[in-house]
Design a binder for this molecule. Structure first.
Ligand code: 8YV
Length: 331
């Protein structure tokens, strides 16, 4: 194809997706793990029509203003707090994400993290590996029960609902907090989840799981005041975004045993997490891998590629990008 549109892949991606994209585009691909800064994005995007980002690159108003050729930013993530969507709309840039394909995998991981945290799985494994297991004791690694407990889900979107549905097998009660009530049908499917205030949820839940999108409004949804409302035996799981929890306040609450434990897949300033997390035994730490099953990561890459194709070559792809976040965009 002569004069193919030019695109930038901000991070490494499955090779077969690159091969597929190369049929339609001139592809520049960043194959190392470096996350581009605003300055680097501006420099790289001068001659690009499209960008596949991963949820980490800062696609700010400044970047969008400085890249007049750019027509589409396709995040390979459901979260898109790294992109200023209002500025993109103003600049005539289509923005897409990868919803749905990761719901079930992320919900599975939420349960893995909750179980590992409540039942002290990683902590006890580290102890065993260190050669410290020489006898059985009645009080070794006593944890919290999950079955029969009250689960609090903050953010009852598609992933929150998938997490709540799984709680049926554990005979749990589900409380949720969300910007608005979900339909009675969805509540029924989500193990009869009941909408309550954030305060009531924090006071009553034995296990609190965070799956809400990050924005200015959700910054530090959980800080010192909220942690003080939680039960002393409660666990907190964050699958959403780092900025939703005040890490310094959480470290203090974990150190002082104001809550029992936390399971964290995301952190403020990740991948540079607060060093004090590493000194605490009552926290399970994973490197932002909730969506990382092989089929799901492949589906996310394919979804981002399909969105980019539809955005830049509508004639070839046949329609608007399936996951367009700013349909009001006008070029
Ligand atoms: C991504 C995520 O893997 O989809 C999201 O919003 O947080 C993860 O599933 C991560 O953002 C990198 O793209």
């Amino acid at each position: 194809m002569p004069n193919k549109p030019k695109i930038l892949l901000a991070r490494a991606i499955f090779p077969e997706v690159i091969t597929h994209l190369e049929q339609f585009f001139d592809v520049e691909s960043n194959q190392d793990d470096h996350i581009f800064s605003s300055t680097e994005l501006i420099e790289k995007l001068q001659d690009k029509d499209g960008l596949i980002a991963t949820g980490s690159e800062p696609v700010s108003a400044e970047v969008l203003r400085a890249c007049p050729r750019l027509k589409a930013v396709c995040n390979q993530a459901v979260g898109y707090n790294n992109i200023d969507v209002a500025a993109a709309t103003k600049a005539g840039v289509m923005v897409t994400n990868t919803p749905d394909v990761l719901n079930e995998t992320t919900a599975d991981f939420g349960w893995a993290l909750l179980m590992a945290t409540a039942r002290r799985i990683t902590e006890s494994e580290h102890w065993l590996r260190a050669g410290k297991w020489n006898k059985w004791r009645f009080d070794s690694f006593l944890g919290a029960d999950v079955h029969g407990a009250t689960l609090g889900v903050i953010g009852m979107g598609r992933i929150g609902q998938a997490i709540a549905r799984r709680s049926m097998g554990f005979d749990m009660q589900v409380l949720y907090h969300n910007r608005s009530r979900v339909s009675p049908e969805l509540e029924a499917r989500a193990n009869n989840a009941r909408l309550v205030s954030k305060e009531e949820l924090l006071r009553q839940a034995d296990h609190v799981i965070l799956v809400l999108p990050y924005s200015k409004a959700s910054h530090h949804t959980i800080g010192a005041a909220e942690l003080a409302m939680m039960k002393p035996g409660a666990t907190l799981v964050n699958l959403a975004r780092g900025g939703i929890v005040d890490d310094v306040a959480l470290i203090a609450a974990l150190r002082e045993h104001k809550i029992a434990a936390a399971g964290l897949d995301v952190f403020e300033n990740e991948p540079a997490l607060h060093p004090d997390f590493l000194t605490l035994s009552n926290v399970v730490l994973t490197p932002h891998i909730a969506s990382a099953s092989e089929p799901t990561r492949r589906a996310m890459a394919a979804c981002a590629a399909a969105n980019l194709l539809a955005a830049l070559l509508p004639a070839a792809a046949g329609a608007l990008p399936p996951n367009l976040l700013n349909p009001e965009v006008k070029r």
